[in-house]
Design a protein around this ligand. Structure first.
Ligand SMILES: Cc1cc2nc3c(=O)[nH]c(=O)nc-3n(C[C@H](O)[C@H](O)[C@H](O)COP(=O)(O)OP(=O)(O)OC[C@H]3O[C@@H](n4cnc5c(N)ncnc54)[C@H](O)[C@@H]3O)c2cc1C
Length: 386
């Protein structure tokens, strides 16, 4: 039961790390408490796994230290994972904005990682729960399947989202046990809940192409009304930057100036509701614009009316009280502090031989394949060093 390297967590980062270490001739063990590895990969991207983004840069990640991810991203790039996928003849396509998805399903992708593990001589123990970790000269792991000893221990337990498929806080507990700091965690890439009971629950299901700004970052994609708040890709992206204290700004009609258009149409007899209804869903206009404005014709609008309408359309300021929580979130914001880790190897500076990779670290990607790219890149960085 002695290994050079033990990796706790058989997800994206853990498997890529194992392949890299195994190929270097390191005796490598992956410990996974589920009955199979890669469950999150299987359900990701609607079952087709958005496994990378060809436009990946450090700017697509949120972290206390925005430079931390640079070195790892430069050493294992989207081209590297694409090369692996092509070698295994897995069909993929670009959905939009550099987002690469498997053509049919994520299953061949997980099988690819398992084949690579086998070829690299990696041992995988599933249904294996780590009960206790201690360190003297080497690391000793007590598990339900017995004791394992290893020179290097890699924590690849992921974040806290989707507890029903096996997320646990073990990675954070091990970090704390060894005196490493954790940046506070919260669900992210997640729908947000309005801070006041709003009339908009009647709009559940309605989508609008909008530009959403939070924390100085703007995202142009759809927003989707839910029963309790807003979702859709633009809101999920903004959730990485949202805070309870700051309102999110939404431009409902980006690329156009409602003020300029209303001024040009000042002599028109068209109703404001008809004018706005040509750009936005009618149900939304009915709920969003007060009848005393909505029922005016454009030639009846005063300068003040035009200012009010332009503000409503381009600067809708929305307060949210919370997220929809861990059961709905795609990722965890925060995690093991990057100050504690080497950005080249992911090794804990204070604890030689202990490594953290993937989502358990305080590095969170945007929606669109960036989180998997971080898992591959950080997994490769550690796998090259252990
Ligand atoms: C629904 C959903 C869809 C997503 N879609 C995408 C997408 O399309 N593209 C993208 O880039 N990102 C996507 N993500 C995010 C992405 O899946 C994660 O960021 C990525 O999987 C993180 O990799 P990881 O290896 O760090 O963690 P994980 O992949 O979560 O792997 C962690 C592993 O550790 C195991 N584990 C946890 N605790 C223990 C323990 N105590 N003992 C033993 N094993 C343990 C878990 O069972 C799991 O197998 C999605 C996330 C969700 C929830």
């Amino acid at each position: 039961m002695r290994f050079d390297v033990a990796i706790i967590g058989g997800g994206a980062a853990g498997l890529l790390c194992a392949i890299t270490a195994g190929r270097r001739g390191r005796r490598t063990l992956v410990i996974e408490h589920n009955d199979q590895v890669g469950r999150k990969i299987l359900i990701s991207g609607g079952g087709r796994c958005n496994f990378t983004n060809t436009n990946t840069t450090a700017e697509n990640f949120v972290s206390k230290n925005p430079h931390f991810c640079r070195s790892a991203l430069a050493r294992y790039t989207p081209d590297d994972i694409i090369e692996l996928v092509k070698r295994h003849r897995i069909e993929f396509y670009e959905k939009k904005l550099g987002q690469l998805f498997c053509r049919d399903s994520s299953r061949p992708f997980v099988e690819m990682l398992l084949t690579e593990c086998r070829n690299a001589g990696v041992s995988i123990k599933t249904n294996c729960s780590v009960e206790h970790v201690e360190k003297d000269k080497s690391f000793r792991l007590q598990t339900n399947l017995g004791e394992f000893e290893c020179e290097s221990l890699v924590i690849a337990t992921g974040g806290l989202s989707f507890p029903k498929i096996g997320a646990t806080d073990l990675g954070y507990r091990i970090a704390k046990q060894f005196g490493l700091r954790i940046e506070s965690t919260r669900p992210s890439l997640v729908a947000l809940v309005f801070n006041r009971k709003q009339v908009f629950s009647k709009l559940a299901g309605v989508t609008i192409d909008a530009e959403v700004t939070a924390g100085g970052n703007s995202f142009r994609e759809n927003i989707l009304f839910t029963h309790r708040g807003l979702s859709g890709p633009a809101i999920l992206q903004a959730s990485n930057y949202w805070t309870q204290e700051n309102e999110v700004m939404i431009d409902l009609i980006p690329d156009r100036s409602i003020e300029a258009e209303l001024k040009i149409m000042r002599s028109s007899k068209k109703m404001l509701s008809t004018f706005l209804g040509s750009m936005l869903p009618e149900r939304f206009v009915e709920l969003f614009v007060l009848p005393k404005l909505r029922n005016k014709s454009l030639d009846q609008l005063s300068r003040i009316d035009i200012d009010i309408i332009a503000n409503m359309m381009h600067k809708w300021s929305v307060g949210f009280r919370e997220t929809e929580g861990w059961h709905k979130a795609e990722v965890t914001l925060g995690g093991v502090s990057t100050d504690e880790l080497s950005s080249k190897t992911m090794e804990a500076i204070k604890v030689p031989g202990l490594y953290f990779i993937g989502e358990v670290i305080d590095v969170t990607g945007w929606l669109g394949g960036y989180n998997f790219q971080w898992a591959w890149s950080s997994g490769y960085a550690a796998g090259s060093s252990v």
